[in-house]
Design a binder for this molecule. Structure first.
Ligand SMILES: Nc1ncnc2c1ncn2[C@@H]1O[C@H](COP(=O)(O)OP(=O)(O)OP(=O)(O)O)[C@@H](O)[C@H]1O
Ligand SMILES: [Mg+2]
Length: 423
């Protein structure tokens, strides 16, 4: 073993942690319209009026949490200046799957450690009573941020109990407003009318970022993270362009920039190049896809395998029925009993929801009927890598073997006896 000593390396990075999730940027860029709506929704607080209940929604990584932290910090400073008695309580609801659990967490957040209540065993009304008392004890204006609030699922009574607590006479001292945040678009749709009317007095939608906005976000962060001569605008623009393609998610775009920086550093490069970005993207895409595929059950993977073999033949988009037939063939080869046509349709929908497969609804002009067709959302080679365990068991399909050989221009050795290689 050679030299394994570690020496600090600050050649590219000035402050790498600024690209991580936990870093709070000093300013928010590219969200002017959302910030302006949010600002008006919070205005009553500084006027000493009852705060609006506000609901923020938008896909993952679009700045909901970052903008909230940014605005609430400003609000807290200004409240100080204008002597408004404001308390902000931020709770991430991850892992809290009922109103009861949220209420217990809030009570314990407010109470000192020695009077924390236990997480189970209290009747629901009692926990709410504790909560009302805790709110009244704080008094003034209380803003309650419930981030990732969709975790509470259907058990959402707290979302109308709190807004009504004052009119129901449960609290008298405090004015409480809720800010609910969610990236689950169905959650908002499925809220009962009762909850929606109280929680969504103001609703603010955060759309995915476009390339220009992402570029601004990344540039600001790259200036903090890297030395000036370690990157250029092309690198940032490329990360932003990929980010815009990948659902306009700033978190992913930042991961990509950090990935590129790490690859450049590992290579002892003087600066980050577009090639480093492309390599980092491949790596991230591979990891994401691997995770996605590894979590699929056997039959889901077989359905994906079936579509992959068809894609390798150049026959995609392929109809559900075509995928089903190839799946039946693979089941037979694998000695597994087939799931029904209907189940296979569900599997395809799930693969679509995971962005592993792209599916479209088509109209059949002649018969007037409708059908869906499917195509892989990633390179064949990546998908095949993700399914390597399954393929070892089932055997590598001829069309896939040829595609990979063509792409690599190298022979890959098929494991197992060639006579068991299907087709
Ligand atoms: N407009 C912006 N300016 C600067 N940084 C931003 C901006 N938008 C997002 N970011 C950064 O991108 C990352 C993801 O943003 P954020 O955590 O706010 O996403 P989110 O919408 O809350 O996503 P999720 O629904 O997954 O919680 C964070 O590191 C955040 O600092
Ligand atoms: Mg968030």
């Amino acid at each position: 073993m050679g030299d394994i000593s570690f020496t600090p390396d600050d050649s590219l990075y000035k402050y790498r942690d600024s690209l991580s999730e936990n870093y709070t940027p000093e300013t928010i860029v590219g969200r002017d319209s959302e910030i302006s709506q949010y600002h008006s929704a919070l205005q009553p607080v500084i006027n000493g009026e009852t705060p609006n209940n506000t609901f923020l929604y938008g896909k993952t990584g679009v700045g909901k949490t970052a903008v909230t932290r940014y605005l609430l910090e400003q609000l807290a400073n200004d409240a100080d200046q204008f002597s408004v008695d404001l308390t902000v309580i931020q709770l991430n609801c991850e892992g809290l799957n009922s109103s009861y659990q949220v209420a217990v967490n809030l009570v314990n957040r407010i109470r000192p450690a020695e009077s924390h209540i236990s997480k189970t065993g209290h009747p629901q009304y009692e926990v709410y009573d504790f909560l009302w008392n805790a709110f009244d004890e704080i008094g003034g204006t209380i803003l309650l941020v419930l981030d990732e609030v969709d975790n509470i699922g259907d058990d959402d009574s707290i979302l109308y109990q709190i807004p009504r607590a004052r009119s129901n006479g449960n609290i008298s001292e405090a004015k409480v407003g809720i800010i609910g945040i969610s990236n689950d678009l169905a959650f908002r749709e499925n809220l009962s009318a009762k909850v929606r009317s109280s929680l969504c007095e103001k609703s603010i939608s955060f759309p995915p970022y476009g390339a220009t906005e992402l570029q601004a976000v990344l540039k600001q962060r790259a200036d903090v993270a890297f030395h000036d001569d370690a990157f250029d605008n092309e690198v940032v623009a490329l990360c932003a362009a990929f980010g815009a393609q990948d659902a306009g998610d700033a978190r992913k775009a930042l991961d990509l920039l950090r990935g590129a920086g790490d690859i450049a550093r590992a290579e002892n490069a003087d600066r980050i190049t577009e090639n480093h970005v492309r390599e980092a993207r491949d790596e991230l895409e591979r990891e994401e896809l691997m995770d996605g595929i590894a979590n699929l059950a056997d039959h889901q993977q077989l359905v994906l395998y079936a579509l992959t073999t068809i894609e390798a033949e150049g026959e995609t988009p392929a109809r559900t029925q075509t995928v089903f037939q190839r799946y039946e063939e693979l089941c037979e080869i694998a000695g597994m009993s087939c799931r029904t046509n209907r189940r296979v349709r569900d599997f395809l929908s799930e693969l679509y929801a995971l962005s592993i497969v792209e599916s479209s609804q088509r109209n059949d002009g002649l018969s007037g009927g409708q059908y869906r067709d499917h195509i892989l959302n990633h390179e064949i080679r990546l998908v095949v890598n993700g399914m390597s365990d399954l393929i070892d068991r089932v055997g590598i399909y001829q069309s896939i073997l040829s595609t990979i050989e063509e792409a690599d221009n190298v022979m890959i050795s098929s494991t197992g006896d060639p006579s068991t290689t299907p087709n």
